[in-house]
Each structure stands twice: as C-alpha cells, then as structure tokens.
Design a binder for this molecule. Structure first.
Ligand SMILES: CC(C)(COP(=O)(O)OP(=O)(O)OC[C@H]1O[C@@H](n2cnc3c(N)ncnc32)[C@H](O)[C@@H]1OP(=O)(O)O)[C@@H](O)C(=O)NCCC(=O)NCCS
Length: 187
C-alpha cells in the first residue's frame, strides 16, 4: 500500500475559550493547570486529525508561563503538527490571551506536546507522514527533531547523574542549599 502523507495545514487547530471565574486561583488569576488542560485538548484534536487514530499524551516540553492570564480574557490555543515519527507526533501549541475591552493580546506560552497514536489495545500505530508546505513548517520540523534528540541525550545524562547521587554519601553537596540535614542522618 502507498504511504500516506498529510499537509501541516490539514490538522491545524485553534480552540478559544473564555476564562470564567471558576478557573481562577486565590490570587484571582487563571490556574496554570487550566491552561495546560486546554493545551492538552488542542494537542489531542490536532494529533488525532493528522493521525486518523486515537492519540495519547506521553510528554510535555517547554511549559513556561510568561505572564498571568486574567479572568475575562479569551484564551486561544493554536496547535499544529511540528514533527511526526513512526507513531509519535510533536504538536506545537501557542497560547494567546486576549483582553477584549483593552484590545490587547499577549503570548502566554508555547509548549510542545508529544502524542502517540494508539489502537484499541493501546499499541502504538503508524501515522501518516507530514507534507511541509513552507519554510516555517521545515524550520519547525527540524527544531522538533533536534529537541527530541536533545531530550533523549539529556535524559541519559540525568539518569547517570542521579545514579551517582544515589551512591553518594557526601552531605557537603548540600552546603549551599536552602535545607538542613537532621543530625540523625549525619555520621
Ligand atoms: C503511548 C504508549 C502506548 C507508548 O508505549 P511504548 O511501549 O513506549 O511504545 P513504542 O515503544 O512503540 O513507542 C511509541 C512511540 O512513542 C514515543 N515515545 C515513547 N515515550 C515517549 C516519551 N516519553 N516522550 C516522547 N515520545 C515517546 C517513541 O519514541 C515512539 O515514537 P515513534 O514511533 O515515532 O518512533 C505508552 O507509553 C502509554 O500507554 N502511555 C500512557 C499514555 C497516557 O495514558 N497518557 C495520558 C496520561 S493521563
């Protein structure tokens, strides 16, 4: 059977939601978790459209909230497929908050959701290839490939460091940290 390809534009998705008072934290701003949940929804819609299959979230990269979101704002999540592997997809999501009265817009964050297409038994399945339609699509694909490779390398390094730490007994390592070690733990 011939391999299937779909253009980036096929699955581009925007979800817009009003930030209602029930989304607020005690400081009156919108919970970060609310924004994350909306982003996850946008990632699901976008990945499922491309894959033509059920998709699950496996990891999230680059969640930095750059500024608070206010109750009453309209938040739009712009999602597009940045990269596809065999069964995985990286969805780039840009969150933009809009103040209708002030007519201002602010970019609150951009995050990258790794999704995997699965069958009814939760076994990963192949997704269509991606048609890169312009230089922006090419740049995003390359950037995601790089980010994926970098993350795997960093994960290995981190595991090595943690393994070393677990065998370490030198409490001097914590000297400049904001903690004290109970005297019963000191030899
Ligand atoms: C998604 C899942 C089925 C993948 O299982 P798996 O045994 O790793 O499957 P595979 O080895 O076939 O890997 C599938 C793909 O996932 C990718 N992948 C696996 N773990 C990943 C991670 N943490 N981050 C990014 N990609 C990941 C692999 O690189 C592979 O990509 P490719 O096919 O494009 O090369 C399994 O991890 C799962 O069920 N996770 C739970 C998902 C879920 O419930 N999410 C909601 C959370 S509440």
């Amino acid at each position: 059977m011939e391999k299937e390809y779909k253009p980036v534009s096929f699955s581009k998705t925007t979800i817009t939601e009003l930030m209602v008072p029930t989304y607020a934290n005690f400081g009156g701003k919108v919970h970060g978790g609310t924004i994350l949940s909306l982003m996850d929804k946008a990632a699901y819609v976008c990945s499922t459209k491309h894959a033509g299959a059920y998709c699950v979230t496996v990891s999230v990269d680059g969640v930095d909230f750059l500024r608070p979101v206010e109750v009453g704002n309209l938040v739009s999540l712009h999602a597009s497929v940045n990269y596809v592997g065999r069964s995985s997809l990286i969805i780039g999501i840009k969150a933009v908050a809009e103040d209708i009265r002030e007519r201002t817009e602010s970019h609150t964050n951009t995050s990258y959701f790794s999704m995997v297409a699965v069958d009814a038994n939760m076994k990963s399945v192949q997704v269509p290839g991606l048609v890169l339609e312009n230089s922006e699509d090419v740049r995003r694909f390359m950037k995601s490939k790089f980010r994926k490779e970098f993350r795997l390398k960093k994960k290995e390094e981190l595991n090595e460091m943690i393994a070393k730490l677990e065998s370490a007994t030198d409490l001097n390592y914590l000297d400049k940290e904001n903690c004290i070690v109970a005297s019963t733990l000191k030899k």
